[in-house]
Ligand binder design. Sequence first.
Ligand SMILES: Nc1nc2c(ncn2[C@@H]2O[C@H](COP(=O)(O)OP(=O)(O)OP(=O)(O)O)[C@@H](O)[C@H]2O)c(=O)[nH]1
Ligand SMILES: [Mg+2]
Length: 217
Amino acid sequence: MKIQIVRDVLEANDQLAGDIRNIAKKEGFTLVNIMSSPGSGKTTLLERLIPALTNKEIRTAVIEGDITTTADAERIARMNIPVAQINTESFGGDCHLGAEVILPALHQFDLNNLDLIFIENVGNLVCPAEFDTGANVNIVVISTTEGEDKPLKYPLMFRVCQIAVINKIDLLPHLRFDIQILEENIRKINPMMKIVSCSAQTGEGFDQLTKLVIAKR
Ligand SMILES: Nc1nc2c(ncn2[C@@H]2O[C@H](COP(=O)(O)OP(=O)(O)OP(=O)(O)O)[C@@H](O)[C@H]2O)c(=O)[nH]1
Ligand SMILES: [Mg+2]
């Protein structure tokens, strides 16, 4: 009985996710879902990526997901782009964003005038991977302080993503961390993954990341 309920929830989510992809196609925008553990650098990465996209006349908006607070949405709003905040605390403190909350958030935007809409998912390397948000592209951010073994321990996240961003490479001189081993582990789980290394603090690697994101449009 319990298994049946879980299946129903996932089926309902998948249906809505399909509806979202139809809306994206009709309105002509690409939905990009960014996922990671808490603190890997999702918001900092958006703070660098969005101005680079704006410079190329790509119109962006962000859906911010957090259990509580509007801190990240406030950081994004400083870039003068549309932002919608979802706080999951009011409906149980979900550790992920499902398609049912993405759909009403999308309707807050003037979809016709947007090219790329980012979702910053709730910081969590497990639950967000289980729920299709309706995104066209899934990106996982993993930072150099998290250890090389994470793709092996949290494989679903690395299976559902097309791009892996290895962030905080500016810290490499201070860490006992082998970036090559991390890349090998990512490819063990997902041989097709596009991997880009960067530092959202220094900007290193962002030319490549910007190109990758634009190529997914
Ligand atoms: N050294 C270094 N610090 C970084 C980098 N990117 C982000 N940080 C720092 O890491 C911390 C967390 O960054 P956020 O961008 O808030 O991380 P997040 O993934 O959005 O966090 P949640 O939304 O809470 O899950 C902040 O103190 C950032 O300044 C980086 O490339 N290098
Ligand atoms: Mg954040």
